[in-house]
Design a protein around this ligand. Sequence first.
Ligand code: NAP
Length: 490
Amino acid sequence: MPSTIEETLDRELDVVVVGGGFSGCYLLHKLRQQGFKVLLIESASGFGGVWRWNCYPGARVDTHVPLYELSIPEVTQTWNWTEKFPKSAELVRYFEHVDKVLDLKNDSVFNTKVVKATFNDDDSLWTIATDNGTAYKATWFIPSVGFAAKRLYPDFPGLDDFKGVVHHSSFWPTEGVTYSGKRVGVIGTGSTGIQLVQEMSKDAKALTLFQRTPNLALPLHNVKLTPEMQAENKPRYPAIHKLRLESKGGYDFNADDIDTFDHTPEEREAYLEAKWKEGGFLLWVGQYRDVLTNLKANRETYDFWARKVRAMISDPQKRDVLAPLEPHHPFGTKRPALFMNFYEAVNQDNVHIVDVNKFPIQKAVGSGLVTADGKTHELDILVMATGFDAITGGLKAIDIRNGTGESLNGKWANGTWTNLGLMTAGFPNMFFTYGPHGPTAFSNGPTCIEIQGDWIVEALVYHRSRANKRMEPTPTAEIKFRNLVNDRTN
Ligand code: NAP
């Protein structure tokens, strides 16, 4: 074993890409096509990014195929899905196929975590150090670690005393967890929490969902796909993938050219009903164009959503917690989950809903969780579906330093500054994808990633053609961009 990182600088590369999800695979392929020497470093044992980690019961994607895939023709033409909204295991198999077709493994290392990256002003090279003691030098450093790379574990007092088992949804044992006949607690009602409840409630003896924020979930309407169905559709894929680039959210639809109050109440009900019936994200970003900019209009959609969902829940207590008459937050300002049988599941007698806004979780004890009403919820298995230190967490987990020794963590301690959601001033030759100030969680991942990826590849080709060794945004550019992002968000 080498004793110092300096002794192990075994390869000089043009680019180091960190992460083997959609971004990493896309960038490795596209950069290699342009003749760059690239190495992809991945902490897991294979490609797939978040889908490799997210193997909890019921995990599946919320964007239908062929929107949720890479647009690379060699891959699309040789792959068939079995469902419109595939499960995580099928996505992992898809990534194996991507690797087979594009031959990505040859330029990748696995089971290796990047722990530090340092830029040197003298030679304009990054030194990228890993947890196994290896280090690499490269002109360009692209941490494509995803927006969900760092787990969020609530730190309830007494958690160590809990005698059952605790699992985070995104670190689910690959061999599975036996929960049949057990008392399961799920904390969190993001997409993950909704999917876990749908699946685990089938076999658990009791399932208690601890909800802080209601999820304004929409129907998914899954369909089985045959190779014949896909063969018929494949000639249209290039057009579908092009449309994805032109729509606002990276899907195959946009908001309609009409405002909420252009319709009479009867017309509005029928219009929203049609969107609900079609399913997916249409009721979120494929309906009236003012739903996310006019609070009064937004309330119309919320009330419609609450009527639909309340009608599905038989127990009045569960109904008021899961779909309250007064919105917890404006509709669509959090990415809604897509449900399959969630509201049927919550109607089951073995499913209990705890409103942790009203009765916060105070502590864990040997037998379960204690809430502020003094009740002990007895559990054998506790599932943290509590999400991630999202967006910047994965980047901040790497000790990234520029030529003056300044760390990215230090720069972003009190906020995030980027230009175009791709680079940050003072950290030359570093790009990130699907991260801060990008469309990220408010968009279809593969679309966002391909737009950003193509931009990065073009930039690198441009600089190579001019023999430029260094690129970074100006502080003025990133302040302007930050203001633009904040204005639009507000
Ligand atoms: P998430 O959306 O961040 O949801 C985390 C949940 O945990 C929230 O309900 C949150 O409540 C709750 N929570 C966190 N800390 C808590 C605490 N101390 N006490 C009680 N509740 C707590 O995480 P996620 O569901 O894992 O999803 C992460 C991202 O992946 C999202 O963008 C999601 O859309 C995406 N995802 C997609 C799919 C899919 O494609 N189908 C599947 C899974 C995930 P608050 O809301 O009150 O903070």
